[in-house]
Structures are given as structure tokens and as C-alpha cells.
Design a protein around this ligand. Structure first.
Ligand code: TMP
Ligand code: ASP
Length: 236
């Protein structure tokens, strides 16, 4: 397997074709953005942490039967993934109020929700990724009703698995964002993108300290240290 031509650059990753049909190489960058790209910076070593942590969590989910695009790690900041058609949706699961939920519903940050909340957002830069409901998804043709149901149940299953796994490592899983794609050929729903401190809120269970991208978003300092701590607790 060889790295072939560059295909696409996103805010946090680059995508390359490989010599093998249907397999792609993802390179994780240290670039960090927040608030729709209005805030820009660098988190030294983030690409390595997010690549390793995502690989670790995708493998964990695979063992629990949650299909995802991860194939193998091929470098510090590079992984091999299966090709998919990525849906223009972000699925967020929340266990504790924070971020946009706190703002939208006036809930105090840290309030433990009586049950997990699943939200869907339309991935559209011009519209600033608005919150949308299942009727909007159908009308926009972003996914079929069956796919919507499957994504919801997969997202709740991922929440159960990750919540327990992180709890055992002294971390509260506050919320996280998932993306889904349809596999090339069969059109099967797979988890794609990444699962990392960029896409999850992770709080130390003992101290409540934030160990995720909120340190960068809100200039809390100790950003690199937080990412390194998550890698240490998950991978050692
Ligand atoms: P929010 O509270 O800002 O809506 O974020 C919810 C979760 O989704 C949080 O864990 C951060 C993650 N997230 C992303 O991964 N990408 C994004 O663009 C946004 C806005 C949030
Ligand atoms: N990654 C997103 C952006 O750059 C938002 C975020 O994670 O806060 O806009």
C-alpha cells in the first residue's frame, strides 16, 4: 500500500488516495480552529494524539460490533480508512449540559441530564451548521428514515460503550460528535471522521478539569497537557 495523490484538506486533517482501491489515508494535523473557523491556532502534538486516540476508540467500538471506517494505523499521525460517502450531518450525544446545549436551553454547565440527548446538525459552512430535526433531514434528502434510525441507535450505543470505558479511566464523557458515511459499494452506515479530544468533551472525574478542545476554545491554557493526559489515560 502506497500513499498516492492528495485529495482534500479539512480544518484538522488531510485526505490522500492510496494504491489500493477503496482505501484512503488520513493525515491528522496540529491545526486547531473553533467557532466556525473564526479562531485559529496550533496545538502542538494534537495530530498525533487525535490519530492514536481515534484509532484506539474505533478499534474498541469494532470489538463491540459498531462498524466504522478505521482499517489500521500507519504512522504517528496517519491512519488508513475505508472509503465512504460522508453524510452532511453531525450527530451529537450529550450526557451532561455544556456548550451550545447550555446556551440554547439555559441549562447550567455541569447539569447531569436524566437521559442522553441526541441532536443532529446540518454540516453546511454557509449556514454555520444549524441544528435540524428528522423532518428537515428527510426534506433535504440528507439521509433516509431508516438511516436516521440506525444513526440514532448507533450513536446511543457508542455513548454507552465510550462512557463506561472512559469512566474506568477517571473521565466523564460530557458530550461528543459523530459523523457517518455510506460504505463504497454496499452503502452500509459506518462511523467515520474521528473520536478525539477535538470532538468530545472530557472532564476529569475527580477534579472536573476539562481535558479537551474547550481549553483551546476558551483560552484556558494547558491545552497540549490536556491532550497528552487523555492519550496517557487511554493508551498509556
Ligand atoms: P456544542 O456544545 O458546541 O454543540 O458541541 C457538542 C460536541 O460536539 C462537543 O463535544 C464538541 C463537538 N463538536 C465538534 O466536534 N465539532 C464542531 O464543529 C462542534 C460545534 C462541536
Ligand atoms: N471545529 C469547528 C470549527 O473550527 C468548531 C469547534 O470544534 O468548536 O469551527
Amino acid at each position: 500500500m502506497e500513499k498516492r495523490e492528495f485529495l482534500y484538506e479539512g480544518k484538522a486533517k488531510k485526505l490522500f488516495r492510496t494504491s489500493e482501491a477503496g482505501l484512503y489515508l488520513v493525515e491528522y494535523k496540529d491545526d486547531a480552529t473553533a467557532f466556525d473557523g473564526r479562531k485559529k491556532g496550533t496545538i502542538v502534538g494534537k495530530g498525533v494524539v487525535n490519530n492514536q486516540v481515534s484509532a484506539h476508540l474505533f478499534q474498541l467500538l469494532e470489538r463491540y460490533g459498531v462498524p466504522n471506517h478505521f482499517v489500521e494505523l500507519i504512522g504517528d499521525r496517519e491512519m488508513l480508512v475505508r472509503g465512504t460517502r460522508v453524510l452532511a450531518l453531525e450527530v451529537v450525544v450529550r450526557n451532561i449540559a455544556a456548550g451550545s446545549l447550555s446556551k440554547r436551553l439555559g441549562l447550567e454547565e455541569g447539569l447531569v441530564l436524566p437521559e442522553p440527548v441526541v441532536e443532529t446538525y446540518y454540516k453546511n459552512d454557509e449556514l454555520h451548521d444549524p441544528l435540524i430535526n428528522y423532518d428537515h433531514i428527510r426534506v433535504l434528502g440528507l439521509a433516509t428514515p431508516d438511516e436516521v434510525e440506525t444513526m440514532r441507535s448507533m450513536a446511543l450505543r457508542v455513548n454507552e460503550i465510550l462512557r463506561g470505558y472512559l469512566f474506568d479511566r477517571g473521565i466523564d464523557l460530557v458530550d461528543f460528535k459523530l459523523e457517518f458515511g455510506l460504505s463504497e459499494g454496499e452503502g452500509r452506515l459506518l462511523l467515520v471522521d474521528e473520536i478525539s479530544p477535538d470532538t468530545c468533551r472530557l472532564w476529569d472525574r475527580a477534579t472536573g478539569e476539562k481535558l479537551d478542545k474547550d481549553r483551546f476554545r476558551h483560552d484556558l491554557g494547558g491545552v497540549e497537557e490536556a491532550y497528552a493526559e487523555i492519550m496517557r489515560r487511554l493508551i498509556g
